[in-house]
Design a protein around this ligand. Structure first.
Ligand code: 5RP
Length: 232
């Protein structure tokens, strides 16, 4: 280990800076959400001021505002026929680069943008690496009308320990799409792919936060430098 101790914010910045090397000029780029993705936007803005040409689509209104405030061109998904690359954070990353996302309630747009991209790169500090997904509860974006049904159906799925509506200062958290967020605890997952299918089958869940087989590469900030993980 190097003698210099890096704070979590520094580890995120190391990962973000490393991912920037994977962004070619003229890239059609998806911008993620969350604190690590925002650091990436800051680093990207420096490169844009130096002449890097990119056209971006953001996964949240917050990221779009930040990027625009820093002089980065941001357009809606309809301005693109596809994206070359998306760079985003994650709440958990397993050895197969399956993810839990949605800690910031953005996983619906994050999954749409990632699916529209030829490549998904994840940036994170090493606290996000896990052997098995599931200590972080799985975020579910739910249309308000369906709330009672989704609570009942998800609570009845095998292995579900709890399913709770996310609140902030006692008010329901709302997504950029005006939907609600639930957090479901299934314990540590032995088969995230099967659970992903079951959750997708529940009417009223617009999207869940399991990203199975989507990420290709992860840049992980560690005390020893940046680790690059590739999906097998
Ligand atoms: C937002 C997300 C974020 O990428 C995830 O929560 C990680 O955030 P942070 O970089 O702040 O730890 O999925 O919905």
């Amino acid at each position: 280990m190097s003698e210099l101790f890096h704070s979590p914010a520094e580890l995120k910045r190391m990962a973000a800076a490393a991912a920037l090397t994977a962004v070619p000029s003229n890239c059609r780029l998806g911008l993620g959400s969350g604190s690590t993705a925002e650091i990436f936007v800051e680093e990207l803005a420096v490169r844009v001021r130096q002449g890097l040409q990119v056209r971006c689509c953001a996964t949240s209104e917050r990221t779009a505002r930040l990027a625009r405030s820093k002089g980065i061109e941001v357009a809606g998904l309809d301005a693109f026929e596809g994206l070359d690359l998306t760079v985003d954070g994650a709440d958990e990353i397993d050895p197969q680069l399956n993810l839990i996302k949605g800690g910031g309630a953005c996983h619906l747009r994050e999954k749409v943008v990632a699916a529209f991209s030829a490549r998904l790169i994840i940036i994170a500090d090493d606290s996000k690496l896990v052997d098995s997904l599931g200590a972080f509860r799985i975020p579910l974006e739910v249309i308000p009308f369906a709330l009672p049904l989704v609570l009942r159906e998800v609570s009845g799925l095998p292995g579900c320990r709890s399913c709770l509506q996310r609140r902030s200062e006692s008010a329901p958290v709302l997504t950029d799409e005006g939907n609600l967020v639930l957090d479901a605890d299934f314990g540590l997952l032995t088969d995230p792919g099967s659970l992903a299918i079951r959750l997708s089958d529940v009417p009223g869940i617009v999207e869940h936060g399991l990203f199975v087989g989507m990420a290709e590469t992860a840049f992980i900030g560690t005390q020893d430098g940046v680790r690059i993980l590739e999906r097998a």
